[in-house]
Design a protein around this ligand. Structure first.
Ligand code: SAH
Length: 237
């Protein structure tokens, strides 16, 4: 009887291992399918850059939504999702759109303002650029660092601090993506752009517009783009 138990136990454990591996594989397949559907929606909205679409397919968006706010049915929907601290992870279309508008080349240096969940930073990392990101809420900065590291994006640098100041030690940047809305273009960020650099930001209080700036020598060209809705960029103390 004892011998039988000794023989049977490893077998039982193996069966339970296999079941767990299967569950994990099914779970991963579930999320891959959700991402494929999300990318189809992006194509329909005319996101055409194959590198952007590949990055959106690659990043496991659900893992950036804190567990307490994660929902199997809405994590990949085309709308923002709460991430705590009254903040949201941007809707997939906006993440893809802003990334596409920056025409990023591999190896470029990019600053993001408003790390939030870390999702946009991960999409940028998938585009092959060097990512620096600033978040003002310390708990979110910490969450984003952990989420990014757990997904292998450990080269993304996250600073807990005030985005209005930019990150002078790592400037100048080829591109700056602002994911919270200031009421005016932050001067320090324009100063930290390279000649030929570009910046995209939602501008305004209440009604906001995406604005694209291009620095050319000492001139800055401004192009107004689509209407959007972002959380406000708060003034640091
Ligand atoms: N890019 C994020 C979503 C941004 S939500 C993502 O992919 O999940 C906007 C974020 O901007 C919030 O986390 C908010 O705390 C942050 N924020 C607001 N004002 C800021 C400031 N002055 N400096 C840095 N971050 C700021």
């Amino acid at each position: 009887m004892t011998a039988l138990l000794i023989l049977a136990l490893p077998m039982l454990l193996c069966v339970s291992c296999a079941a767990q591996t299967n569950d994990a594989a099914n779970e991963e397949e579930f999320w891959i399918q959700r991402r494929q559907e999300m990318v189809e929606v992006l194509r329909r909205y005319e996101i055409g850059n194959p590198r952007v679409l590949a990055a959106m397919q690659a990043v496991r968006r659900h893992t950036f939504i804190p567990a307490a706010h994660r929902n199997r049915h809405t994590a990949y929907g085309d709308h923002p999702c709460p991430i705590g601290y009254d903040q949201t992870i941007s809707q997939p279309f906006i993440v893809a759109y802003m990334t596409e508008k920056m025409s990023l080349r591999e190896g470029e240096k990019v600053l993001e303002i408003g790390t939030g969940s870390g999702y946009q930073a991960a999409v940028l990392a998938e585009m092959g650029v060097e990512v620096y990101s600033i978040e003002i809420v310390p708990e979110l900065a910490e969450h984003a660092r952990r989420a990014l590291a757990s997904q292998g994006y450990d080269r993304v640098k996250v600073l807990t601090g005030d985005g209005y100041k930019g990150w002078p030690e790592h400037s100048p940047f080829d591109a700056i993506i602002v994911t919270c809305a200031p009421d005016q273009v932050p001067r320090a960020l324009v100063d930290q752009l390279k000649d030929g650099g570009r910046m995209i930001l939602p501008l305004g209080v209440g009604f906001q517009r995406l604005v694209i700036l291009r620095k050319k020598g000492d001139r800055v060209e401004q192009e107004d783009d689509i209407g959007v809705r972002f959380v406000p960029m708060v003034k640091g103390k």
